[in-house]
Structure formats: structure tokens, C-alpha cells
Design a protein around this ligand. Structure first.
Ligand code: RP5
Length: 155
């Protein structure tokens, strides 16, 4: 079973969330992607979270735009870490989703990344998993070193 479950609120979110799958894949971490709307299919979402927990998912990455209830709804259904990915959609271009996802009440946190920050949602998930996986921690450290070498290079 996948260690990370990625859920987006609509098919229209898939392209913007794909970057998370790519990063997880690069580090050899399994990810199960789903589309499920908190507003349009709340019962199906509850069942998906329950099934994912039973199957051993350790982290949820949840992406949504506009009113973006999905990350908070998932967080209300599990005590496993939930990472919220606000997506640029609709008239407010992601500002609405950013605030909706970040402004959770005490006790039900959602770790919120930047608007359309799919890659960072994945990196944050990797860092959490690396706390109990020394092999993964080593790969992340190597990736950080590679990044800093690139920053210092003129070409
Ligand atoms: C949100 O509303 C979704 O996450 C999506 O970003 C936005 C628009 O959804 P669709 O009308 O394209 O399904 O719930």
C-alpha cells in the first residue's frame, strides 16, 4: 500500500497536483492518487480516508482550489499528517484556497504549502517520512547538497 495518499478535489486540479507525484516518484516513495470532492462527495471522501488509513497510508497530501474544504475535511477524519496544497482556480486565483486551508481551528492542523506548490507538498511529506527512514533521510540530504552546489554555479 502507498505511504502517501494524494487527493484532489476535482479533475480540474490534476495537472497542478501532478508535480507532487513526480517528486515522490523520484525518491522511490509510493503514492496513490485520487480525485474526491469534500463538497460534492463527502461520504465517499470519508470512506476513502478510512480505507487509506486501514491500508497503511502515513500521510495525506490534499489539493483543492476555491473554497478548498478538502484538506480540512480530511484533517477532521484522521490524526495522520495532512498537507494542504492550495490551487489557483476561480476568480481569486488561489488566495481563497490558501486562506481556507491555512486557517484551521486549533487541534485540526493542515500543513499548508504555497499556492500551486505541489513539489513542496511532496518534499514536506518526504521529510516527515524520513524521520523514521534513514535511507530516505540520506537521499534528501544528498538532494539538498546537490541543490546548494547548483546555486553556487555560474552556468
Ligand atoms: C474546488 O473547486 C476544486 O478543488 C477545484 O479547484 C475548484 C473547481 O472545481 P470544478 O468545478 O472544476 O470541479 O472544489
Amino acid at each position: 500500500m502507498a505511504q502517501v495518499v494524494l487527493i484532489v478535489g476535482s479533475k480540474s486540479d490534476v495537472a497542478a497536483a501532478k508535480g507532487a507525484v513526480d517528486v515522490l516518484d523520484k525518491f522511490g516513495v509510493s503514492c496513490e492518487p485520487h480525485v474526491c470532492s469534500a463538497h460534492r462527495a463527502p461520504e465517499r471522501l470519508r470512506e476513502l480516508v478510512r480505507r487509506s488509513e486501514n491500508d497503511g497510508a502515513r500521510i495525506f497530501i490534499t489539493g483543492a482550489g476555491m473554497a478548498a474544504a478538502l484538506p480540512g475535511a480530511v484533517a477532521s477524519m484522521t490524526t495522520r499528517p495532512v498537507i494542504g496544497l492550495p490551487l489557483a482556480a476561480g476568480a481569486l486565483n488561489g488566495i481563497d484556497a490558501l486562506l481556507a486551508i491555512a486557517q484551521m481551528p486549533p487541534g485540526i492542523p493542515v500543513a499548508t504549502v504555497a499556492i500551486n506548490g505541489a513539489a513542496n507538498a511532496a518534499y514536506l511529506a518526504l521529510e516527515i517520512l524520513a524521520l523514521s527512514d534513514p535511507g530516505l533521510a540520506g537521499k534528501l540530504a544528498a538532494w539538498r547538497r546537490e541543490q546548494s552546489e547548483r546555486v553556487d554555479s555560474f552556468d
